[in-house]
Structure formats: structure tokens, C-alpha cells
Design a binder for this molecule. Structure first.
Ligand SMILES: [Zn+2]
Length: 308
């Protein structure tokens, strides 16, 4: 692996782990050496914390400024994406779990979807009997969701002030976009009712797909790693590091589910050949080590955050 001079990057302020705060992360993938700074994703090199193992991107400023247009365009232009069968299938799978079914039995359950976009998940949650609310950074997408009759807040979790408490808070493909997850999760914890649940769906970077990408990187084939890590994502979780985040934010894990990446999802940034390769590797990963490129975690609030 080539050595990157950290001092050559203008964002060279103190570098600390986004979960445990340790100041000894090591450079994992110097994407800037391969033209991956600003190549359609949030620019930054990839580091791994030597203390807790968390993998994260070193970024400058707020990542939202990099994906404002791309994000809104992708969701709106891509009407197939927000209404696709695979999206609805995922939403229903998430809601089928026993702990969510129990919430549905309570009277007038209230839910909040973080990064609700144009409201596709809100529609499914509402159809299950929830008073469904959303939050999104994009005013355009929030308007779209409001057009479907939902209450939607515009802003980010850290700056918004919500007045309600929720039985269910969902984060579908959101956590990997957050550069400051501990403060966000602790804040969300405060918005949950005593028996409320949090559901997180995010990529699993312990998967076979990521392991193969890493092997290829060390052979000089950079594209799989740059595709995965040069994206809009800034935080790259494994089941272990996600568990650390949840514990440190005051959550108790109720259930884990690992699943393959959904290659039926429209709006894929990769070619049909690459999708076929991904599908093959994901099938092998699930069979050989029960490890896919996506995971869903159900958690409830407990005790106090470890890092209060
Ligand atoms: Zn750490």
C-alpha cells in the first residue's frame, strides 16, 4: 500500500475516531492518491481506529454540502427507486420483526424516519398503523413527502428540536452518511419513549464483498475499494463497531440480521456485469460465512450512554 503524507491534506486538524475518540487511527485507503477526492462522492481518505476498529472517512466540513443535488436528484428523478418493489420489500421485512409487531399493538404508535426522502418508508409505516413522521436535510424531498400527508421536519438530527417522543425511530441507509454518529445516536435516544425501539439498516463492512475488494486493492486493483469507500458514505461499520456505537450511545441490541446487498435496487452506479459479480459474491458470502453487505439492527434504549 502506498504511503500518503497526511500533512499534504488540508484537513489536517487533529484526527480522532468518530466512535471512541481515540487519536491513533491509521491510514487504510489513501483514496486521494488515486484521484478519488471529489470524484462524485464525499472526498477524503479512509482511516481505521486502532483502538476500536471503526473505519471512517476523514472529511472537511459537512458532507451534506457534497451531495445536496445528487441526493435529491437521485431520489426524485429516480421515481422507480422510491417506489421500487425491492424498497417496499425491505421496509416490510424490517417491520415484520417481533419487536416492531409489539409496538404496533400499542395504542397510537408514533414513528420517526431519519432521512425520509420523498416518504417511501413513511408510506409503509403508515400502512401498518403508525402516525409516521419524517426528517430530511432536503427541503425539496421534505415537500414531496408532505404532499403525501406526512409531517416532515427539515434539518439534521443535531440541530433540530423535536417536541414529541417516538415508539419507533428508523435509519434506513443513513448511518453511513453521518460523520458524528455518537452525538446523533444519543440525541435520537432522547427522542425515544421508554420502551421505544431504534432500527438501523446500513452496509456491513465485514462482508465477503468488502474483503475481496481489500484483497484486490492490495493487488493494485483499486476500483472495488474506490467504488465502496469513495462514495457518499463517510462511516463504514462492521457488526462489531456498530455494536460499540450502540452501547456507547445508550442502546441495547435486541436483534441482528445480516443480508445480501439488493442488486435489484434501481439507480445502481455499477454495470450489469459488476452487479452479477456482486450477486455471486454475496450469495457465496451468505452461504460460507452468513455475511452479506447489509445489516439490520434492532435496539432499545437502556441505562445511560457510556460516554455521557
Ligand atoms: Zn475508535
Amino acid at each position: 500500500m502506498p504511503n500518503a503524507d497526511m500533512n499534504s491534506f488540508p484537513e489536517n486538524s487533529k484526527l480522532s475516531c468518530i466512535i471512541c475518540g481515540s487519536e491513533n487511527p491509521s491510514l487504510l485507503y489513501p483514496l486521494s492518491l488515486y484521484g478519488q477526492l471529489g470524484a462524485g462522492g464525499v472526498p477524503g481518505n479512509i482511516f481505521q481506529c486502532e483502538n476500536c476498529g471503526m473505519i471512517f472517512k476523514r472529511i472537511r466540513g459537512n458532507p451534506v454540502t457534497y451531495y445536496d443535488d445528487t441526493y435529491a436528484d437521485a431520489v426524485l428523478k429516480n421515481g422507480k427507486y422510491v417506489r421500487s418493489r425491492s424498497t417496499f420489500s425491505l421496509c416490510h421485512t424490517i417491520l415484520e420483526h417481533e419487536c416492531i409487531q409489539q409496538i404496533m399493538q400499542t395504542s397510537d404508535p408514533v414513528s420517526l424516519d431519519i432521512g425520509c426522502g420523498a416518504g417511501s418508508f413513511l408510506e409503509v409505516v403508515r400502512s401498518c398503523g403508525f402516525d409516521a413522521e419524517g426528517l430530511d436535510v432536503s427541503p425539496m424531498l421534505a415537500d414531496k413527502a408532505r404532499g403525501k400527508g406526512f409531517r416532515v421536519y427539515v434539518g439534521d438530527v443535531e440541530s433540530i428540536e423535536l417536541t414529541r417522543k417516538y415508539d419507533l425511530i428508523t435509519m434506513i441507509d443513513i448511518l453511513e452518511h453521518l460523520p458524528n454518529p455518537v452525538s446523533v445516536m444519543k440525541r435520537l435516544r432522547g427522542y425515544l419513549k421508554a420502551n421505544g425501539h431504534l432500527v438501523v439498516y446500513t452496509p456491513n463492512h465485514r462482508s465477503l464483498l468488502v474483503k475481496i475488494a481489500d484483497i484486490l486493492w492490495n493487488w493494485g486493483i483499486r476500483k472495488p475499494v474506490t467504488d465502496i469507500f469513495g462514495s457518499l458514505h463517510v462511516a463504514f461499520y462492521t457488526p462489531e463497531t456498530l455494536q460499540k456505537l450502540l452501547v456507547s450511545s445508550g442502546f441495547l441490541t435486541v436483534h441482528w440480521q445480516v443480508m445480501p446487498y439488493d442488486t435489484r435496487r434501481p439507480g445502481q452506479p455499477v454495470s450489469p456485469v459488476q452487479l452479477a459479480a456482486i450477486r455471486l459474491i454475496e450469495t457465496l458470502g451468505m452461504k460460507l460465512q452468513h455475511n452479506g453487505f447489509r445489516m439490520t439492527v434492532y435496539a432499545k434504549k437502556t441505562g445511560k450512554p457510556v460516554y455521557a
